[in-house]
Ligand binder design. Structure first.
Ligand code: DON
Length: 566
């Protein structure tokens, strides 16, 4: 550690740490705050809070509304996680991740001994049993105060009466015109008269409205035991799928405790496996020993330390984490002082560690293997962070029969074969191997940060593997660099995930000097995400101003259709 102290003393002399930049201030309110990636869904949440609902009621209403107004990512056909802090002080994590069908086998995905990427992403073989409907309904029943009919009414209205498309909405829909054209029932909704939808046009979804009405009247049963499951099973049988009614009937959500850790005195509540909250904790705990503030925002040294902490933590993620009902996740060991110390010992001040040289020091005890985030707080003291997903944008791009909603391609989050990279180029091993009735490991980690036992931040991200590093950088930007929440989530980001052995960076994230220094340290740099977009992720975050108690909400400019509203 001494070498670091000397280095910091030197850099502190030269680097100005006060950051002020021309960002809009966050949206402020004392009555409550909703941030989601589609403005109409945020307004639904606001309406529910106005009606006297709590943050959980609003979260369920926003979840259903996003399934209508943000069909790429908001969903009924996917799954996710919800982290809740209740005003009573109780903390809850709801796991409604998709589950693999009982008849899944890795061999089904292989062609000539290799994973067929088309099958893994664009067929019914990719579909896990969706968890969203049971997840939202469970949250409402346990922690909400309004009826299912009350919270679903706005979503049903939006689907029935339609909504006017903005530029941000159309930008997302336009990306998949060719895929929509291949499926007549998808084209009938999203390519009226064979043409892509235009800004200003009204999108009505009567089939989806019918599905939502059935859920609103009959609850989860119609989805898991009734005609909705039957439609999905029938469609799956015609397109490589192995889903059965039994898979739907057997589906369960898990109501658990969030994973906890501390960063510079603040308490972090985040997702236990199959979420990746422990990796956020591992990165932050590693970084805690270094004076990032003095090193400077996105300076070569601060970037190096972050990248190394990310590299070691992703190595652990990709080797040890998986569905806790199938593998033992060594959570205590990953966050132990010894393990974090050993990571710091291996980080060299001026050189990148080649990913190929990392060795494990975790002894496993008996081995039993497109997204959207929204954040909500109410004035009563409840906070909810939800990340849910179809995996790819519009999932597997399929809608079963007349159900009106897209299905996920979540099974690609497994290692179908150990070492075969997935959509996010994650190279994962045995713990996350695909298996019947198992949940794939996820990067989604809805997170709540507590300061002095009060909610301080509610945040989370979309973006596959970059979710983890986006959340880490947002927390650092607030805690270490003193940014407001809007600046914190809208800064350009960088990302490292062990393999491929590269730092990925967004435009303007790293100056030319920083890039040159990092290259000299041995890093390979690549502009854009591991999955070929220049900018990545979508965050929706709230910070409670410790001085005024006001909620400060911020939407991510990367999803301009979104809105923070108080
Ligand atoms: O659960 C996961 O880690 C991925 N299925 C998330 C996908 C995602 O974030 C895509 N989004 N933009």
């Amino acid at each position: 550690m001494l070498k670091w102290k000397v280095l910091v003393a030197l850099t502190a002399v030269f680097i100005t740490t006060h950051i002020s930049a021309a960002f809009l201030p966050p949206v402020q309110s004392k009555q409550g705050m909703i941030v989601s990636s589609q403005r109409l869904a945020s307004l639904v949440g606001q309406h529910i809070l106005h009606e006297g609902g709590n943050a959980v009621d609003a979260a369920v209403a926003v979840g259903y509304a996003l399934a209508v107004v943000h069909p790429c990512c908001g969903n009924l056909g996917g799954g996710g996680f919800m982290t809740i802090h209740l005003r009573s002080g109780k903390n809850v994590f709801i796991n409604f991740r998709e589950t693999a069908p009982a008849n899944i086998k890795p061999a089904l995905f292989l062609k000539d001994g290799k994973v067929d990427r088309q099958l893994a992403l664009h067929s019914y073989l990719a579909v896990g049993v969706p968890g969203t409907v049971m997840g939202l309904n469970t949250a409402l029943k346990k922690f909400g105060s309004l009826s299912l009919q009350q919270v679903m009414a706005p979503a049903i209205k939006l689907a029935k009466q339609g909504f006017i498309l903005s530029h941000g909405d159309v930008n997302i829909l336009r990306r998949y015109t060719d895929d929509f054209r291949k499926q007549p029932n998808v084209a009938a909704i999203f390519l009226p008269n064979g043409q892509p939808l235009q800004v200003g046009q009204r999108l009505k979804q009567p089939q989806l409205a019918h599905t939502l009405e059935a859920i609103s009247e009959q609850g989860s049963r119609v989805f898991y035991h009734g005609w909705i499951a039957q439609e999905i099973v029938q469609a799956a049988q015609k397109d490589h799928g192995v889903l059965s009614m039994q898979d739907f009937v057997r589906y369960k959500v898990h109501v658990e405790k969030p994973l906890e850790c501390h960063y510079r005195g603040d308490q972090i509540l985040t997702g236990p496996p199959p979420s990746s909250g422990v990796i956020i904790c591992e990165i932050l705990k590693t970084l805690q020993a270094y004076p990032l503030k003095n090193l400077g925002f996105h300076s070569a040294l601060a970037t190096h330390l972050n990248a190394e902490a990310m590299r070691f933590a992703f190595y652990d993620r990709n080797h040890y984490l998986g569905d806790p009902r199938f593998v033992k996740n060594p959570l205590k060991q990953l966050l132990s002082a010894e393990h974090i110390h050993s990571i710091r010992q291996q980080i060299k001040p001026f050189f990148a560690t080649p990913s190929s040289q990392i060795k494990s020091n975790i002894q496993l005890i008996a081995n039993n293997p497109n997204t959207t985030h929204y954040s909500i707080m109410d004035a009563k003291g409840n906070a909810v962070a939800v990340t849910y997903t179809l995996n790819g944008l519009f999932g597997n791009k399929r809608i079963a029969g007349k159900t009106g909603f897209f299905l996920n391609n979540e099974l690609d989050d497994f290692a179908i074969v150990a070492g075969a990279p997935n959509l996010f180029k994650l190279v994962q091993g045995k713990a996350n191997l695909i298996a019947p009735n198992k949940q794939p490991l996820s990067s989604m980690s809805p997170t709540i940060v507590m300061k002095n036992n009060k909610v301080y931040m509610v945040l989370g991200a979309a973006g596959g593997s970059t979710i983890i590093t986006s959340i880490v950088q947002a927390i650092e930007n607030v805690v270490d660099f003193g940014m407001n929440i809007n600046m914190a989530i809208n800064q350009p980001r960088f990302h490292m995930q062990w393999l491929p052995d590269k730092i990925y960076y967004e435009p303007f994230a790293l100056s030319a000097d920083t890039q040159a220094t990092l290259r000299k340290m041995g890093y390979q740099l690549q502009l854009g995400a591991p999955y070929h977009t220049k900018r990545w992720g979508q965050m929706a975050a709230i910070r409670v101003n410790p001085k005024t108690g006001a909620f400060e909400g911020a939407n991510d400019n990367r999803r301009p259709a979104g809105l923070a509203v108080g």
